[in-house]
Design a protein around this ligand. Sequence first.
Ligand SMILES: [Fe+2]
Length: 243
Amino acid sequence: MAEVTVSEPIAADTARWAAELGAEAFAMMSHRELGKLVPPAEFERFRRLWDDLELDPVLPGGGQYRLRRYGRLLAEAKAGSYRFTALPHVPFRQDAEHIPDYGGRPRTFAPIPDETLLSPALTSLVAVDLALATTLTPADRWIVGLHMIRVVAKAGAPGQATPEGRHRDGHDYVGMHLIDRRDCEGGHSVIYREGRPTVRHTLATALDSLIVDDDALTHEVTATVSAGPDAVRDTLLVDLNVD
Ligand SMILES: [Fe+2]
């Protein structure tokens, strides 16, 4: 199986983000730091992959505003580095308890090609998420789910990143990385503690990111509203689960 090894990231703010995640159960990561991990040319190549997603076939109400791909990695921590192995493509499934809309049914999305799963941009971002998660949950094998998602808004037809509303996803941690945001308003990330909104934050610039302890908090993203002809919000979502 295809695999790649990535040295653990040395982002100046990693220790602070880990402390925030430990104290608050979420951490906000700035593009200023994360941008240093991905060279601009590499990031530009990565960003363009969001032009090649496929329609989410099972949106509630038959909505056509969300496009996506899905893939999985095995991550093994070893002496300051992570070995990532691309795993076979399988349908994505969430418990009905967490996301009732789909009744626990598996959802089949277009696959993320192995070369994208193992790309420097994607694995660098996942390595940061893992570095933060493992400070709270010291495990050396993780199953990582990757979702490349584009939400499209049109005049009079908002886009919904989370049509299910406030939710938890049923993972140990969830990383949310903004890849692009054009011509849209809204799309605010809201984090809830004990059902009450505690933070409202906008991932505004590419690579602005969030990580949440999915057991501890719930979250949602408000609708995106078109403010121009090309209103899209592109994200990479990272599901982290101890193997
Ligand atoms: Fe979510």
